[in-house]
Design a protein around this ligand. Structure first.
Ligand SMILES: Cc1cc2nc3c(=O)[nH]c(=O)nc-3n(C[C@H](O)[C@H](O)[C@H](O)COP(=O)(O)OP(=O)(O)OC[C@H]3O[C@@H](n4cnc5c(N)ncnc54)[C@H](O)[C@@H]3O)c2cc1C
Length: 328
């Protein structure tokens, strides 16, 4: 007999929004189940190993502007899972310190996951309304029946789930969701046979050409051996997302030559992020989709709501938790 889970709240996604919401909901006395199709935690805070090399290949750093988020960053530093990386890089002085995960960005997600019930490597195949509750079918054959639902996947994927479940979206909210847009990013993880020519602190954002960002994971303290992460620009990545990944990766490596010095690439892998960073976000910090409807409580959160980055995703999760706590 397949297992049925009965949490108060089902959260789809163990990225920053989902994990941040889960903590607040649990703190408020709700039982919470988080389900993520990825094997790792953190969603777009992704890391990968190739032999002795380690890479941050999703989000590279975070900035902190808002009071509660600044306090959260301070608590992660105290817990040893975050540290200041730098406050400016050559040619681009900037007043906002950049913080990184220690040893990698995913360490922050692992920290946020402590004490939460999370099913990993399991996809929510579909969701539907069952009277006053939500029913979710998981791809391992199990089901979840929950009083409240929070979805944190990138909005186009969320819309697919809602449409397949015949969940009616009010017209004004549908229009807001349709406006949200993302850029793609092709990420190359390349192992090197020697140090790069990238100056301290080991990262550069580029304005022109196919590369948007290049980061030296050895200098950053992420990798034990020389290893670079190269992010294609939004334009380049959109043009080539469906092309042969290794050919596109090689093009980005060729374009990165000036930053690699004498180092040669010994091995590389490529990851394509279809929904990398939002380019058009909604003004609200989250969306309570069930508001003024007959639906059981249902909220949407993620970086498409409170701002297109790490901090925005966390704040969106907090906002969604607050909305769901008071929703009946
Ligand atoms: C290449 C790249 C570089 C970036 N660089 C930076 C940076 O330097 N600084 C910065 O602040 N931000 C950066 N960002 C953005 C930052 O990573 C995101 O804003 C943030 O991580 C988004 O978190 P989230 O929780 O909203 O979404 P996600 O992290 O995408 O979490 C959503 C989760 O939902 C899961 N999911 C989706 N559908 C299902 C389903 N049906 N069933 C189960 N699980 C499902 C996914 O597996 C995923 O784990 C970058 C992003 C990328 C991709």
């Amino acid at each position: 007999m397949p297992n049925t889970h009965n949490p108060d709240v089902l959260i789809i996604g163990a990225g920053l929004a989902g994990l941040s919401a889960a903590n607040d909901l649990q703190q408020a006395g709700h039982s919470v189940l988080v389900v993520d199709k990825g094997r790792g935690l953190g969603g777009r805070l992704a890391g990968r190993r190739i032999g002795e090399a380690t890479f941050d290949h999703g989000a590279q750093f975070m900035t902190a502007r808002e009071t509660r988020f600044k306090a959260a960053v301070a608590s992660w530093i105290t817990a040893g899972v975050a540290a200041e990386w730098y406050s400016s890089y050559p040619g681009q002085p900037n007043g906002h310190p950049r913080y990184r995960g220690v040893p990698t960005m995913t360490a922050i997600a692992k920290h946020l996951a402590i004490g939460l019930e999370i099913l990993r490597g399991i996809r929510v195949d579909n969701i539907s309304q069952q009277g006053s509750e939500w029913l979710a079918n998981l791809d391992n054959g199990e089901t979840v029946i929950a009083k409240k639902l929070l979805i944190t996947s990138p909005v186009p994927q969320t819309l697919d789930l809602l449409n397949e479940g015949n969940i009616q979206i009010p017209d004004d909210k549908q229009a807001r969701l349709d406006r949200i847009d993302y850029e793609s990013c092709i990420a190359v993880m390349a192992v090197l046979d020697g140090p790069t020519a990238i100056a301290a602190p080991g990262a550069m954002a580029l304005d022109d050409g196919p590369i948007a960002w290049i980061s030296d994971n050895l200098q950053k303290g992420v990798s034990a051996i020389p290893a670079v992460t190269i992010h294609g620009s939004g334009v380049f990545s959109a043009q080539h997302l469906d092309d042969d990944r290794m050919e596109i990766g090689q093009q980005l490596i060729d374009a990165a030559k000036p930053y690699l010095g004498d180092a040669k690439v010994t091995e590389f892998q490529v990851h394509g992020w279809r929904y990398s960073k939002p380019t058009v976000v909604d003004d609200a910090a989250c969306m309570l989709l069930s508001e003024s409807t007959d639906l059981p409580p249902l909220a949407l959160a993620g970086d498409a709501f409170a701002g297109p980055r790490f901090e925005g995703a966390v704040q969106s999760g907090w906002a969604a938790a607050k909305a769901l706590i008071s929703a009946t």
